[in-house]
Write a protein that binds this ligand. Structure first.
Ligand code: UTP
Length: 290
């Protein structure tokens, strides 16, 4: 079955990034001139997925406003002859987005379940709202890669990146049973392992394609510490041989982490046709003083 829908969970508390996340949801943090979540919507469009379900917290109407129409602003831009800015505004509200509310931030699996009415038992893409994956034009993006693998195998597939040293303990880690043409068969998952416990150097990152039936599996899970965990479903899939993984082309930015946020902003500003040269010159001047 073709994947037509995606869930973007954007309802976390973002405590690592306080105080800005007190009033601004983490996926609305800007990277250069757009909020992170808009890059994610663009990544999905590029991969051919047009229906987005964004899971927002009860106080996150700013995300809804961002993707909604702004007739007064549009009228003003047109009457002032600001055609380019009008087109930018139009592009922002051109996505097919539905919103689901997560009343209490009770974890990623809880956020996914809030989107159940839109997904039922269909397969879906899952993209964490605070991670950016840049792919150059003409390069296969991470989401395109996952969809290609899903369409070939019919199995759930997760994106991974290679990590080394202490970084291994910051992410979910996979056991690799076999590998063919860059597609790994996953046979186990460990959450944030010590270096000794790690099963491989592959860390799970925030891009997934989950096969049909995942919502039912999530609902059937027994809570641990009063929460259900996506990892428990991934574990089940791995044990049954129903989970694949792949690395990807491109660069990942963890915008929810302060250093990751700064790196993303510098690199996107450098890539911009508008500011790239000026930012490069500024960075060179700055580097000489450091
Ligand atoms: P994180 O675990 O990075 O986000 O979730 P967090 O809980 O907001 O951040 P910290 O750790 O307190 O700083 C990854 C993604 O899942 C969403 C977040 O918004 C983020 O996009 N999420 C997380 C939800 O939608 N609901 C939740 O209950 C938890």
């Amino acid at each position: 079955m073709k994947v037509k829908k995606a869930i973007i969970p954007a309802a976390g508390l973002g405590t690592r990034f306080l105080p800005i996340t007190k009033a601004v949801p983490k996926p609305m943090l800007p990277v250069f001139d757009k909020p992170t979540i808009q890059y994610i919507a663009e990544e999905l469009r590029r991969a051919g997925i047009e229906e987005l379900i964004i899971v927002v917290g009860p106080d996150s109407e700013v995300i809804m406003r961002h993707f909604g129409a702004a007739p007064e602003l549009e009228k003003r831009l047109l009457s002032d002859g600001k055609q380019k800015l009008y087109e930018i505004e139009q592009a922002t509200c051109s996505f097919n987005v539905k919103f689901a509310i997560q009343k209490e931030a009770n974890g990623l699996a809880g956020a996914i379940l809030c989107a159940e009415e839109y997904i039922g038992d269909e397969p879906f893409a899952l993209l964490l709202g605070d991670e950016l994956i840049y792919a150059a034009d003409g390069e296969q993006s991470c989401m395109e890669r996952l969809l290609e693998i899903y369409e070939k195998t019919g199995k759930s597939v997760i994106a991974t990146m290679e990590v080394f040293g202490d970084d291994v303990s910051k992410y979910g880690n996979i056991g690799v049973k076999s590998e063919e043409n860059g597609v790994m068969q996953v046979d186990a998952i460990v959450e944030k392992p010590t270096i000794a416990e790690a099963l491989s150097n592959y860390a799970i990152i925030g891009r997934y394609v989950l096969a049909g039936g995942i919502m039912s599996r999530l609902k059937a899970l027994k809570p641990r510490n009063n929460e259900i965990y996506l990892t428990d479903v991934l574990d089940e899939l791995a044990e049954k041989g129903e989970l694949s993984a792949s690395t990807f082309n491109g660069v990942r930015y963890d915008v929810g982490d302060k250093l990751g946020f700064v790196k993303a902003n510098i690199e996107y500003a450098l890539m911009s046709a508008e500011t790239g040269e000026d930012v490069k010159n500024y960075l060179k001047e700055l580097a000489e003083k450091l």
